[in-house]
Design a protein around this ligand. Structure first.
Ligand code: GLY
Length: 387
């Protein structure tokens, strides 16, 4: 496996960086208790939004991580207020006709249940798992990501869904109903069979045939072009396979983890923070996606638990180097209320070849802040996953 000479973040440096992040979260509590935080910042400041985006779960996740670090009731009170909002959202089916139930309900409501025993959190998360199950397509065995169910032009899944299916592993554990985890396994099997190319890079989205269920073709939405490799898709691949291995112990998931990780490492620039698409390498002037670095670091720290001692040491070292680079060069130390935690994330950058709506280019992104805090937390203690 490729190794790097970069500085590592020590445990005490991780604690300091986490405390800096927690102070910023504390400063931002008044803005995002009765509102949610927008998916990305505008000049590093997050607008408020209603609880109607796919990203609204990350801010409550940051608040729960802050509560874990400090035991301060101010964080718990805000996070539980947000749980009420998430229960209302799923009970009233507000903007939930898509697959992003895990991104929404794991760091907000599963976390609430695990940390405080919140029955509202558990109920909301089970309803969200049920909602995700309604998007399972028997023809092709996958969760349809977007659009009306069965629509021919949207009969596809996306690699990001690897972070939605952990909600189903949890739902099986908490209810004793194996159905959730079975659908998760069927989806992940389809995804790994089609979305990983022979060189270990990944397609962002993958179309299936609505009549026969056969795989049709890979295509991008947020990457540079169909046959390039969107950095965050690769990062979801790294972390998602590690989490699926955690819950299932299926060797093919760990094998997939190694393949997507290897491609990712081979394409990194010197400071270990990828460009938004991995077609761009050292010296390019394209924006970075710092969030991918934190997501991959979390995947490495999860996979280290199941690796042999030498490999575990390598994974942990790499994660500490990646998070060290984010902490030293990308993390915010102070700023006005509403400021994000990590600069230079990229949500969706338009290219001549992709289909995305341009948003949040070279900005703070809500999940980038969350996974940075999760990674730092993982470096400071044996952390119980929200996923
Ligand atoms: N799941 C959408 C994204 O990563 O931007």
């Amino acid at each position: 496996m490729k190794t790097f000479p970069n500085k590592i973040l020590t445990k005490s440096q991780a604690e300091q960086a986490l405390d800096t992040a927690v102070a910023l979260v504390r400063q931002n509590l008044p803005l995002y208790t009765d509102h949610c935080q927008n998916h990305s910042s505008v000049h590093d400041i997050y607008p408020q939004c209603e609880n109607n985006q796919w990203t609204c779960g990350f801010w409550p996740g940051e608040v729960w991580l802050s509560y874990e670090r400090t035991s301060d009731a101010a964080f718990k009170n805000t996070a539980l207020t947000l749980v009420d909002s998430f229960l209302y959202r799923i009970e009233n089916k507000i903007e939930v006709d898509h697959h992003d139930m895990g991104f929404l309900y794991s760091p907000s409501c599963v976390a609430a249940y695990k940390l405080t025993g919140s029955e509202k959190g558990r109920r909301a998360a089970i309803l969200a798992a049920d909602q995700l199950c309604t998007r399972f397509q028997e023809k092709g065995s996958f969760f349809q990501a977007w659009g009306p169910l069965g629509a021919k032009d949207n009969y596809r899944y996306i690699i990001d869904c690897l972070l939605n299916v952990p909600l189903l592993y949890w739902a099986s554990e908490t209810t004793g109903d194996a159905h959730y985890a079975e659908l998760a396994h069927r989806h992940v099997t389809t995804c790994l069979a089609n979305s990983i190319r022979p060189d270990g890079s990944t397609y962002h989205t993958f179309f299936m045939d609505p009549v026969t269920g056969a795989p049709v073709r890979g295509a991008t939405c947020q990457g540079y072009k169909d046959d390039s490799c969107w950095a965050r898709g690769q990062a979801w691949g790294v972390y998602g396979t590690a989490i699926s291995y955690r819950y299932t112990k299926r060797p093919e998931y760990l094998e997939a983890f190694r393949r997507v990780l290897s491609y990712y490492l081979d394409r990194l620039p010197e400071d270990l923070i990828p460009y938004w698409d991995m077609t761009f390498t050292e010296g390019d002037t394209e924006p970075r996606d710092s969030s991918s670095a934190s997501i991959v670091a979390c995947g490495l720290l999860e996979a280290a638990k199941y690796a042999n001692p030498d490999q575990a040491a390598e994974y942990t070292l790499l994660a500490a180097q990646m998070l060290g680079s984010v902490a030293e060069h990308y993390a915010v130390r102070q700023g006005p209320q509403g400021i994000g935690l990590v600069r230079h994330g990229t949500y969706s950058k338009k290219s001549p070849y992709n289909t995305c709506t341009p948003e949040g280019v070279d900005e703070c992104v809500s999940w980038g802040d969350y996974f940075y805090m999760e990674g730092l937390t993982r470096l400071t203690k044996d952390w119980t996953l929200y996923w």
